[in-house]
Design a binder for this molecule. Structure first.
Ligand SMILES: [Ca+2]
Length: 192
């Protein structure tokens, strides 16, 4: 077997192991119903999840969600972001783990409390929030810049006001970070 073939086989095996671990983890936590996602769907959703899970802890917390949610206008304040997380936090960890994320994608019936975060995750995973060649983080930056330009330049009153509102919320968020020290993030691993 050539070096390249060995490497390919190694990568395939690793991918298989990761998928099997994810499945076992879901079943152990009574989330077996989520297994009707196809493997390639799970892989794609995992990529989306990973792009939000900046520190690779296996869970998405407020530190990782407040920038995109406030910057894209899904939430106005850090407190609102935490409320949104709490509304879908089935196990009470204060963060969104992968099965909870899958549950959100799977359920189409968001009630009022969960509707916004449902929409955010669905837009994101369906590609509405991330182009083919634009990573999610770049896209958030681009949209935030667009809102900023709207706030200053747009002739459309609705767009200008939305831009101004989001800009104000982002400004408040940044100011509050200068005052607060950031809490250390949760380090629980998905594979545990
Ligand atoms: Ca949780």
């Amino acid at each position: 077997m050539s070096r390249a073939e060995r490497k390919k086989e190694f990568l395939n095996n690793r991918q298989y192991l990761v998928e099997r671990r994810t499945r076992e983890w879901l079943i152990k936590r009574g989330k077996g119903s989520l297994l009707d996602f196809q493997d390639d769907q799970i892989r794609k959703l995992k990529e989306c999840f990973g792009s939000l899970d900046g520190d690779g802890s296996g869970a998405i917390g407020i530190e990782e969600l407040e920038d995109p949610l406030i910057g894209l206008g899904f939430a106005d304040t850090r407190e609102e972001v935490q409320e949104m997380i709490d509304s879908v936090d089935d196990d009470g960890s204060g963060m969104i783990e992968f099965p909870e994320f899958l549950g959100i994608i799977k359920n189409s019936d968001g009630n009022d409390k969960t509707a916004k975060i449902n929409k955010f995750f669905k837009d994101m995973t369906s590609g509405k929030l991330a182009g083919e060649d634009l990573s999610f983080n770049l896209l958030v930056q681009k949209m935030r810049r667009d809102y900023m330009m709207d706030a200053i330049l747009s002739g459309d009153t609705g767009r200008r006001e939305l831009g101004e509102k989001i800009l104000k919320n982002v400004g408040k968020q940044l100011a509050s970070h200068k005052l607060n020290t950031r809490p250390s993030s949760n380090n629980s691993k998905l594979s545990r």
